[in-house]
Design a protein around this ligand. Structure first.
Ligand SMILES: Nc1ncnc2c1ncn2[C@@H]1O[C@H](COP(=O)(O)OP(=O)(O)OP(=O)(O)O)[C@@H](O)[C@H]1O
Length: 942
């Protein structure tokens, strides 16, 4: 097949045949742009790997031109690479039809044509096609489609967020779970689901340099999403003749610092067009109401404006106070967050709303008139009136409406350790040390940074002078079986200390800081992770404390304490995260009676950060910062003691008000436990799952070698008779996979086989997008049926052409229509199920097919027609069921949106109009739902 693209040619998308017949808009610079008018979609692909198939009709085929009766192709001409069909109407009129004007709505009738033409497949191929069809339909119609395949534990809070996010047409969210609760996993789940639903083709991840590799690996091993990493060198290689290098890949990870250095690359990145943006550590982008805008923030703002779906990740959303929080929310929804002042004002209402939610939760029966009155200030009359019924569901809708319409619920999800539960304990180990004379002498002249990082003032020989070093050596010797992560502020400190420990003292150590290349950093992290021959200690500068996964270690040495509480939380979060099996031991070596002791007391007594994360830490630090700096030098003085008391009281008061107000709203919104548990439960494939049997059938028919590996695990390899490189996802050396999630989590060398695994999806696509097994013939003996009786089994698959974001398959029953037509034209499908027919089938030898077909052709043609008629009669019922499902869901969503629009004058009616336009598109598409005849089997009773 030619893969030279010429504007005007018609092609279909292999993975998305539902888009209808596409038309090439432009083909240059090694990319091809194609429009799918029936679905109102456009796609841009790298030309050499575009998943497109050329549509060329043959003489005798019927073709459709909008607003014209059907035409039959009589001859074909080619002009400048495009086809012109010379076609004839039923009335015998001749029409030249350039392919450009063909209808964009197509249906393929190949099963029928193949059966009647005697182009038949073995009945086992047919059985495989039917199994593929049914499994595919079931998978895509499942509420949890896209959440089953990732190799992750089913943690309810993450699945809840992923499910909620994907309900939005275009999710734009701040994922702000506390550090280590799995924001990367949540983003991966959302992306995986949207990719499988074909709503996201091109995704861009922007991360701090040190996290590039970790994202790359997490996306690949957990989600089978194969990202490319671009840097200047890679771009230069790809930039032939001024091409935009970013259009050559669909899934891209970019290190932030490189983008910030390269104006031209930023522009190219924006021009390349993306469906989804994920930004990790989003608190790095600073914003202020007045003054010079930060270039990084400005760049992020342009990306957020240009890309429909956006996920911003940060564990510390209020890192720079309420302004920082507002700054990120306005990137997601500028209309909802027009001004900082309005945002501040809104927060005043949170406690009152939270109180109302509590009252509703405790409510039994109808509400009192005073509760009704309070609710009326926030909710529409209908929602309040329904509460009078005393129904649980009315109560839940009122709670949902409050959560949804107020606060930041629509854009922000934040789970805490407190709400998720099951986290390890933090244990603080204080290590008081003598103060070096030099430090004591100088201390009155030192600033806070110098006081907290004495190595910067102890001179060149600091390693010999600093008692922390001696303490560390001793500790390492006494705990030689333990892995320890040490974090300090400066790269120089980490480097000096590591060299000393390794070269002078012989410890197995490794270092990780910002002056190393990405590759060196990843090697260092891998050396530390190796339990057999790896490092006992990894020494990181601050950069090592963000985002990385070191939960296999249980000891953290804080060589210095930062002034910024969020940084401290980030450091502890390296070990205190999902996957940590033991306690998190935090070691703080410090000089007795100095600012270092003061800082320790501040975090321990005022903020309680060594016990658990402190959500109000940055607010308290902001308030007390200058008194802290003033009194820190003398931590044993009265001034410091009263500062600690005041700060502790303030922490407690703020935490209380958070519990009463915003946090309660947030936590309720971020995870509704029952719904979340249910999602996690349903996402577990049932024991009766049919995938193992399916893969055996597949191997048999595609010529793969299939071997049992162990309990619930198999090996698939390309077999001797497999056709070429039929399956891209089947490596030459084979693939070992398990059907068991727990096993897949502990055995990363095995694939996790589900219906969403790329190999399985590829096989389904290969079979369903071709005519593989679509027409078959067999003989069978059936008691009670005379020899010569014909039975025609027909499968019709619902299809419609509409934008993927509508996800119309959710509304269509997750199965195909099966008919079994007998000689008399009756449908006896209900009496004889497909599974019962399969074992009765006998193969018909190739040479017997032509004489048999000659004999049965006439009655067979009638039976096919009858099947078509019966399917056409059922079509209305299918369309109606589908549109009822659509109306039920969309009307609820519309109600909710209308309430939001009413409450937020900043959101104009455009959102509602857009919603209505989409609903209308959905209605139209469902009114055009077709039942395509996709598989036919003729059984002849012998
Ligand atoms: N559902 C899950 N199944 C298996 N492992 C998980 C799951 N969720 C999280 N993890 C693991 O827990 C660790 C923390 O997750 P992740 O990195 O996504 O957290 P985070 O919230 O992004 O952290 P940070 O705030 O440090 O950026 C990672 O090692 C991740 O692989």
């Amino acid at each position: 097949m030619s893969n030279t693209y010429i504007p005007g040619q018609r092609w279909i998308s292999n993975p998305e045949p539902d888009l209808g017949l596409g038309i090439i808009l432009e083909a240059k610079n090694r990319r091809v742009q194609i429009a799918f008018p029936a679905a109102e979609e456009e796609r841009t692909y790298a030309a050499d790997s575009a998943p497109l198939s050329r549509v060329q009709f043959q003489v005798g085929d019927e073709i459709d031109v909008p607003d014209q009766p059907a035409l039959t192709v009589r001859s074909i001409e080619e002009h400048g690479g495009c086809l012109v069909y010379m076609a004839e109407s039923a009335a015998g009129e001749q029409h030249p039809v350039p392919e450009q004007i063909l209808s964009s709505v197509i249906s393929l009738h190949t099963a029928k044509e193949r059966l009647l033409a005697g182009q038949l497949d073995h009945h086992r191929r047919y059985a495989l096609r039917v199994a593929s069809l049914e499994s595919h339909n079931r998978a895509v119609a499942s509420e949890h489609f896209g959440l089953i395949g990732p190799r992750v534990q089913l943690l309810p809070h993450q699945f809840y967020i992923a499910e909620q996010a994907c309900k939005r047409e275009h999710p734009r969210l701040l994922l702000a779970d506390e550090v280590g609760l799995g924001k990367t996993i949540e983003a991966g789940l959302i992306l995986h689901r949207l990719t499988l639903q074909e709503r996201v083709q091109r995704a861009l991840i922007v991360v701090p340099d040190s996290l590039v590799h970790q994202w790359l690996v997490e996306m690949r091993r957990r989600f089978n999403l194969h990202f490319s990493v671009f840097d200047e060198e890679r771009c230069a290689e790809l930039e032939v003749d001024g091409d935009n290098p970013f259009v050559t890949t669909q899934l891209l990870i970019c290190p932030l610092s490189w983008l910030l250095d390269e104006d031209r690359r930023r522009k190219q990145l924006l021009d390349a067009g993306w469906d989804m943006l994920i930004v990790d550590e989003a608190h790095h982008y600073h914003w202020q109401e007045d003054g010079e805008p930060d270039p990084a923030y400005g760049f992020l703002e342009s990306l957020c404006e240009a890309i429909n779906s956006v996920l911003l990740l940060t564990a510390t959303p209020e890192n720079t106070g309420i302004e920082g929080h507002f700054a990120r929310l306005r990137l997601l929804d500028p209309a909802r967050y027009p001004s900082l002042q309005q945002f501040r004002d809104e927060q005043q209402d949170y406690a009152a709303i939270s109180e109302l939610i509590s009252e509703l939760q405790q409510l039994e029966g109808a509400p009192s008139s005073s509760l009704e009155k309070s609710l009326q200030a926030y909710l529409d009359d209908d929602t309040v009136n329904e509460l009078r019924s005393g129904d649980e569901s009315a109560k839940q809708s009122a709670i949902n409406a409050l959560l949804d319409r107020f606060g930041t619920g629509r854009n922000l999800f934040r789970n805490s350790r407190h709400s998720v539960g099951g986290f390890p304990q933090r244990q603080l180990h204080e290590h008081p040390l003598d103060t070096p004379a030099q430090y004591r002498l100088l201390s009155t002249e030192l600033d806070a940074d110098q006081l907290l990082m004495p190595e910067t003032v102890l001179g060149e020989d600091w390693l010999a002078e600093d008692p922390r070093v001696e303490w560390l050596e001793k500790w390492l010797l006494q705990n030689s079986d333990e892995k320890v992560l040490l974090i300090c502020h400066h790269a120089d400190t980490a480097r000096d200390l590591e060299l000393y420990l390794r070269l002078r003292r012989g410890f197995a150590s490794s270092v990780f800081h910002e002056e190393m290349t990405l590759l060196e950093r990843d090697r260092a992290a891998a050396y530390f992770a190796d339990w057999e021959d790896g490092a006992q200690i990894l020494l990181c500068s601050e950069i090592g404390s963000e985002g990385r996964n070191f939960q296999f270690a249980q000891h953290l040495v804080l060589f210095d304490l930062p002034l910024d509480a969020d940084l401290l939380e980030q450091r502890i979060g390296r070990l205190d995260r999902i996957g940590q099996d033991g306690d998190v031991n935090i070691h703080v070596p410090y000089y007795t009676g100095t600012a270092m002791a003061g800082m320790l007391a501040w975090y321990r007594d005022a903020l309680g950060l060594f016990n658990a994360p402190c959500p109000v830490a940055s607010a308290v630090v902001q308030q007390f910062r200058s008194s802290l700096l003033d009194t820190l030098k003398n931590p044993e003085g009265d001034g410091f003691a009263s500062l600690l008391d005041a700060a502790r009281e303030q922490t407690q008061a703020l935490e209380q008000s958070l519990r009463d107000g915003r946090n309660q709203l947030l936590e309720l919104n971020s995870c509704r436990p029952e719904a979340a548990e249910q999602i996690a439960e349903l996402t577990t494939p049932s024991q009766a799952d049919t995938l193992p049997d399916y893969l055996e059938m597949l191997a048999d028919q595609l010529g793969l070698d299939h071997e049992d590996h162990s309990e619930a695990a198999i090996i698939l390899r390309p077999g001797e008779h497999m056709v070429g490189d039929l399956l891209r996802h089947l490596p030459e050396e084979g693939i070992t996979g398990t059907f068991d999630r727990q096993r897949a989590l502990s055995r990363e060398d095995m694939a996790f086989f589900t219906w969403e695994h790329p190999l399985v999806r590829e096989a389904l696509e290969l079979i369903l997008s071709s005519d593989f097994g679509s027409a078959s013939i067999c003989t069978m003996q059936v008691k009670g049926l005379p020899a010569g009786t014909l039975l025609l089994e027909a499968f019709f698959n619902p299809s419609t052409q509409a934008p993927a974001s509508l996800q119309l398959q959710r509304y269509v029953p997750g199965q195909s229509l099966r008919l079994l037509i007998d000689n008399k034209g009756r449908d006896i499908a209900a009496k004889v199920p497909h599974a019962k027919l399969n074992p009765l089938c006998h193969h018909v030898k190739k040479k017997m097919v032509p004489p048999l077909m000659r004999e049965v052709r006439a009655p067979l043609a009638k039976m096919v027609k009858m099947a078509e008629q019966l399917a056409a009669e059922r079509l209305d019922e299918w369309r109606q069921r589908a549109s009822e499902n659509l109306e039920a869901e969309r009307s609820l969503e519309r109600q909710r949106l209308a309430a939001l629009v009413e409450r937020n004058p900043a959101v104009d009616d455009e959102a509602l109009a857009e919603f209505d336009r989409y609903s209308e598109l959905g209605r139209d598409a469902l009114a055009r739902l077709q039942l395509d005849m996709v598989a036919l089997r003729l059984a002849i009773v012998s």
